[in-house]
Design a protein around this ligand. Structure first.
Ligand code: A2P
Length: 349
C-alpha cells in the first residue's frame, strides 16, 4: 500500500528471481512505501507487475530513474550496480546492493543484521548484501564465535539453481523434462552464463559456481572466504570453501566443519546455544530423522541448523549442516532486514 508517510523506493531487477522475492518480502513486512519504481532492462519496459493489490508499470533502469528515490534495492547483476548505484546515491538514495560489485570495497559495509548491524553506521550511500551462501553460514557461526571463539572453517556447499537467476531455474526444468522424454537439449546457462562451456544440471552435480580464479578456486568460493572474514571482522580466520551446484530449485545446503578455541564444549551445549540464537531454527533430532532440507525451508526466512556432531579426532572440531532459502535469507530477506535496521537506527530519512 502506498502511504504518504512512507519511503520513496526503487527496486532494480524487479522481474528477476531475487527482485520478485524483494517485492514479496516488502509486502509481507508491510514496509511503508510512499512511491515505488519497478526497474529492469529495456526488454521489460511497459510490462505490468502487481504489488500490494495495485498494478505497476516496469521502466527501464536509467540514471534519471532515481530522481526523488530514498531507497534503492539492486539485484540486476554487478555491471548494472556498478553503473547505476552511484547514480542513485548521487540523487540522494541509499542503495542496498545484492550483487558482488561493492562487497569487498573498503568503504562499503557488508551486512548480515544478526552479525554486524552496527557496520551500517559507516556507509557512503551503498550497503552491500553478502553472497547467499555466506549469509546463512555466518548466521550459524556468529553465536559460536562469540561464545567459544572460532579458528577454522571448511565448508562444502550444495547450491540451488535459483541462485543463478530465473534462466537457470528454467534450464533445470526444461532439461529435466527433456531427459525424461528422451529429447535432445543443449545446456546454455549453467554453470556460468558467460563461461565457455555449459553442462547439464538435471540429474547432475556441477563443482563450479561462477568463474575460476587464478588460484584454482571459483569466484563463488572466494566470495565465501573473503566475505566471511569481512562480516565477522576476523581477517585471520582460516576459511576454505568448495561450492557445488545441484538440481534443486531453491534452498542452499552447506556441510560446515569448524574448529573453535576451546576443547571442552559438547554437542548439547552447541545445540542449546544455536537454538536460542537470532535467525536460527535448530532441527537436530537424528533419532527421529529430523534435520534441515531445502524442500522444507523454501519460503521461510530462517537459517536451519542440524546434524551437529563433534569431530571424531579433534575435541575442538564440529560438523554442522546448514540450510536456508537462498532467495530469502540469502538475498531478499537479508536486504529488507538491512532496510529495517536502517529505519531502526534512524538512518533512513
Ligand atoms: P529483465 O527481466 O528485463 O531482463 P535474474 O537474476 O533472475 O536473471 O534477474 C535479473 C534481473 O536483472 C531482471 O530483473 C532483469 O530484467 C534485470 N536486468 C538485466 N539486464 C538489465 C539491464 N541492462 N538494466 C536493468 N536491469 C537489467
Amino acid at each position: 500500500m502506498e502511504t504518504s508517510s512512507g519511503y520513496h523506493v526503487a527496486v532494480v531487477g524487479a522481474t528477476g528471481a531475487v527482485g520478485q522475492q524483494m517485492l514479496q518480502t516488502l509486502q509481507e513486512r508491510s514496509f511503508p512505501i510512499a512511491s515505488l519504481k519497478l526497474l529492469a532492462s529495456a526488454r521489460s519496459a511497459g510490462k505490468k507487475i502487481m504489488f500490494n493489490g495495485s498494478e505497476y508499470t516496469l521502466e527501464e533502469a536509467r540514471p534519471e530513474s532515481f530522481e526523488g528515490v530514498q531507497l534503492a534495492l539492486f539485484s540486476a547483476g554487478g555491471s548494472i550496480s556498478k553503473k547505476l548505484a552511484p547514480e542513485a546515491v548521487k540523487r540522494g538514495a541509499i542503495v542496498v546492493d545484492n550483487t558482488s560489485a561493492y562487497r569487498m570495497d573498503g568503504r562499503t559495509p557488508l551486512v548480515v543484521p544478526e552479525v554486524n548491524e552496527e557496520d551500517l553506521r559507516n556507509h557512503n550511500g551503498i550497503i552491500a548484501n553478502p553472497n547467499c551462501s555466506t549469509i546463512q553460514m555466518v548466521v550459524a557461526l556468529e553465536p559460536i564465535r562469540k561464545k567459544y571463539g572460532l579458528k577454522k572453517v571448511i565448508v562444502s556447499t550444495y547450491q540451488a539453481v535459483s541462485g543463478a537467476g530465473a534462466s537457470a531455474i528454467n534450464e533445470l526444468k526444461d532439461q529435466s523434462r527433456a531427459i525424461l522424454d528422451n529429447k535432445d537439449y543443449t545446456p546454455e546457462v549453467l554453470p556460468v552464463a558467460g563461461d565457455e562451456k555449459h553442462y547439464p544440471i538435471a540429474f547432475n552435480a556441477i563443482p563450479q559456481i561462477d568463474k575460476f580464479q587464478e588460484n584454482g578456486y571459483t569466484f563463488e568460493e572466494m566470495k565465501m572466504i573473503n566475505e566471511t572474514k569481512k562480516i565477522m571482522h576476523m581477517e585471520k580466520l582460516e576459511v576454505s570453501a568448495t561450492c557445488v551446484r545441484l538440481p534443486v530449485e531453491t534452498g542452499h545446503s552447506e556441510s560446515i566443519y569448524i574448529e573453535i578455541d576451546q576443547d571442552n564444549v559438547n554437542v548439547e551445549e552447541l545445540k542449546n546455544l544455536l537454538k536460542d540464537s537470532p535467525g536460527i531454527v535448530l532441527e537436530d533430532d537424528p533419532a527421529n530423522q529430523v534435520y534441515p532440507m531445502p524442500a522444507h525451508c523454501v519460503g521461510k526466512r530462517d537459517v536451519f541448523v542440524g546434524r551437529i556432531r563433534q569431530d571424531l579426532d579433534r575435541p575442538y572440531g564440529f560438523h554442522l549442516w546448514v540450510v536456508s532459502d537462498n532467495l530469502l535469507k540469502g538475498a531478499a530477506w537479508n536486504s529488507v532486514q538491512i532496510v529495517e535496521s536502517l529505519v531502526k537506527l534512524g538512518m533512513l530519512k
